[in-house]
Design a protein around this ligand. Structure first.
Ligand SMILES: *[C@@H]1O[C@H](CO)[C@@H](O)[C@H](O)[C@H]1NC(C)=O
Ligand SMILES: *[C@@H]1O[C@H](CO)[C@@H](O)[C@H](O)[C@H]1NC(C)=O
Ligand SMILES: *[C@@H]1O[C@H](CO)[C@@H](O)[C@H](O)[C@H]1NC(C)=O
Length: 284
C-alpha cells in the first residue's frame, strides 16, 4: 500500500511540476506606455498591472508622471525631459476654463503637444538607453487616446500590441482599427451632444468630427511621422498603418455611461476596472 500511495504522490508532484513550468513559461514581459498629458491616464494601467503581476508577468511602464509607490514586478520609466515638458505644458486650469465656457486647451496647443512630447521622449537620454538596453518584450499595451508616438516602440521592439483606450469618448483609434463611428450617432467628445441629435445638431457634430480629424491627420502626417523617422529611420511605416494592426482594444467605457456602439469582436468595454468595492458610510 505505501508503494501505491508513493506512486500516486509522485504522479501528483510530477503533474504539479509540469503545471508550474507551464505557468512560468506563460509569464510575459509587458511594456505599457501612456503619452497622456494628465496623470489620470495612468490609473487604468495601474489596475491592469495589479491584475497581471500576481499572474507572474513583469511590467515596464513608460509615462510622464514619476512613480508614486513601489510595486513588485512593476518598473516605471519616466524620462526627465518628458516629465518637465508635460509639467510645464499642463500648467492649466481645465475646470476653470470649463466653468467659464471656454475650450480648456487651445487648438494650436493640441496640435503641438503630440509631436513635441514625442520628440522629447525619444531624445531623452534615459529613453535612448532603454531602447539600446536589449530589453525584450512579449506584448505592449498602449494608451489608445494617443498611441501614434508610442507606435515607434512597436516598430523598434517588433512585438504585438493592444490598446487600453483611457478616454472612453474618444473614437479615433477605434475607428482607425476598423470600428464604425458614424457621425450621425457618435457625439463628438468635446460637445454636449447625445446619440439622439436633430438635423442641425448632426451637421454641427459632423463639422466638429471632420475638423478634429483634419487636425489629427495634419499633426500625424506632417509632424509626428517626421519625428518617428528622425528617431527610428526613414523606413518606419506611417503611424496610421502601424495602428491598424492593433490586436485587441480595452475600451474604458460602457453603454450605460457612454452610448451603445457597434464594435468589432476584438474590443472589450472595461469601464470601472479601477473602481473599488463601496464602503459603508460611517455611522452618524
Ligand atoms: C520578472 O522579473 C524578475 C525579477 O527581475 C525575474 O526574476 C523574472 O525572470 C522576470 N520574469 C520574466 C517573465 O521575465
Ligand atoms: C513652458 O511653457 C511656456 C508656455 O507654453 C513656454 O513659453 C516655455 O518655453 C516653456 N518652458 C520650458 C522650459 O519648456
Ligand atoms: C501588420 O501586420 C501584418 C501581419 O503580421 C504585417 O505583414 C504588416 O507588415 C504589418 N503592418 C505594419 C504597418 O506593421
Amino acid at each position: 500500500l505505501p508503494f501505491v500511495i508513493d506512486m500516486i504522490l509522485t504522479g501528483y508532484v510530477t503533474i504539479a511540476a509540469i503545471f508550474a513550468v507551464i505557468s512560468v513559461s506563460n509569464c510575459a514581459n509587458i511594456l505599457m506606455v501612456t503619452m497622456g498629458g494628465t496623470k489620470s491616464h495612468k490609473i487604468p494601467f495601474w489596475e491592469l498591472a495589479r491584475g497581471l503581476i500576481p499572474r507572474g508577468h513583469n511590467i515596464t511602464f513608460v509615462s510622464a508622471f514619476p512613480q508614486d509607490f513601489i510595486m513588485d514586478g512593476l518598473e516605471e520609466i519616466t524620462p526627465t525631459g518628458l516629465v518637465f515638458y508635460v509639467k510645464n505644458f499642463t500648467n492649466w486650469d481645465l475646470l476653470g476654463a470649463r466653468m467659464r465656457g471656454e475650450e480648456p486647451v487651445h487648438p494650436l496647443d493640441m496640435l503641438r503637444y503630440p509631436y513635441e512630447a514625442c520628440d522629447i521622449l525619444f531624445s531623452d537620454g534615459e529613453m535612448k538607453e532603454f531602447l539600446q538596453s536589449g530589453h525584450a518584450f512579449d506584448l505592449a499595451i498602449l494608451d489608445g487616446a494617443f498611441p501614434e508616438c508610442a507606435l515607434g516602440l512597436i516598430y523598434h521592439f517588433k512585438i504585438p500590441f493592444m490598446y487600453i483606450n483611457t478616454v472612453g469618448f474618444y473614437t479615433g483609434s477605434l475607428s482607425t482599427a476598423g470600428n464604425p463611428a458614424p457621425y450621425s450617432v457618435t457625439p463628438f467628445l468635446a460637445r454636449p451632444f447625445t446619440d439622439n441629435m436633430n438635423l442641425i445638431e448632426r451637421v454641427m457634430n459632423s463639422v466638429w468630427h471632420v475638423s478634429a480629424n483634419l487636425m489629427h491627420i495634419v499633426m500625424v502626417r506632417v509632424f509626428l511621422h517626421g519625428v518617428l523617422k528622425k528617431h527610428f529611420g526613414n523606413d518606419i511605416p506611417h503611424p496610421y498603418e502601424l495602428s491598424k494592426n492593433v490586436s485587441f482594444i480595452l475600451q474604458n467605457a460602457h453603454a450605460t455611461i457612454t452610448y451603445a456602439r457597434p464594435y468589432l469582436p476584438n474590443v472589450a468595454e472595461v469601464a470601472c476596472i479601477h473602481c473599488k468595492a463601496p464602503k459603508p458610510l460611517p455611522p452618524v
